[in-house]
Design a binder for this molecule. Sequence first.
Ligand SMILES: NC(=O)c1ccc[n+]([C@@H]2O[C@H](COP(=O)([O-])OP(=O)(O)OC[C@H]3O[C@@H](n4cnc5c(N)ncnc54)[C@H](OP(=O)(O)O)[C@@H]3O)[C@@H](O)[C@H]2O)c1
Length: 294
Amino acid sequence: MILIFGAGGQVGQELAARAAAAGMPATALTRGEADICDARQVAGAIAAAKPAVVINAAAYTDVDQAEREPDAAMRANATGPGILAGHCAAAGLPLIHYSTDYVFDGKKTVAYREDDPPAPLGAYGRSKLAGEQAIRSRHAGHVIIRLAWVYGRYGRNFLKTMLRLRRERDEVRVVADQRGCPTATADIAEATILLMALATKGRFRFGTYHLAGTGETTWYGFAREIMESANAITGKAVTVHPISTSDYPTIAPRPANSALDSALFERTFGFRARPWQEATRAVVAELLDNGEAR
Ligand SMILES: NC(=O)c1ccc[n+]([C@@H]2O[C@H](COP(=O)([O-])OP(=O)(O)OC[C@H]3O[C@@H](n4cnc5c(N)ncnc54)[C@H](OP(=O)(O)O)[C@@H]3O)[C@@H](O)[C@H]2O)c1
């Protein structure tokens, strides 16, 4: 049995769906069903599910809003994970937790490795880094997976925003001077399920890893791939114009480069995410085929 917290989010929903499809027994709890900041609810959920492994997909993920309410971000992204880690340690349960590329400041010119020093630029990144530290200090039996630019069929994300804009407009402007690795929730869920299978064979390797879509691009490049993939299916062309970060000011500063090097994850667990273009095309096709984004 696996126990998933934060099951209402884009990664949480994908994980629950894929675990069910793989015939893997899972208890998937949304925020309404279990708040990771509430120690009693966490203890109750673990006691009821009797899991072999716990997955934390819960997080405060609104990067700009986190600047306005840093305490709320810190609660969900650091206090809650610390509570989870304490309960998992007491029960001897491995904990899989997700973190972010935004723990880095973006000054590096090539992809970030796990041992590069974090230096978050904003409140969201600081809260996620504090969450990593809270887990490491309370429970050695953790796998922390730093993700990047997450998108998929569930929840809200950049790809779905682009699909909405293509219905409304003939052209869009997208930032072309921030680099990163678009990462599909399907790949994250597949990798996580693989980890759980390895855990049952005693081949779990605790630690901190990067896992992102293979290759890297800018938000502009990602938007073009989305629009071209959609155009190939629907025949509606949308022009994407590159702009700079200074043309699109946001409350929270973003790293100019937050590409992640996922080689350690591949070496350790034998899993590599799909090239980001391939995964993008698949998600666009799935959403358009479902009629959701037409
Ligand atoms: N999204 C990205 O681009 C991105 C990039 C890098 C890393 N990540 C990391 O990937 C992980 C999954 O992110 P995601 O994109 O799936 O996020 P998401 O779609 O925003 O989902 C997060 C879920 O956590 C829930 N939640 C918030 N506070 C909670 C609490 N105290 N107790 C229980 N549940 C709570 C949210 O519920 P409500 O909606 O009700 O608040 C939401 O359902 C997170 O660790 C995130 O930091 C995401």
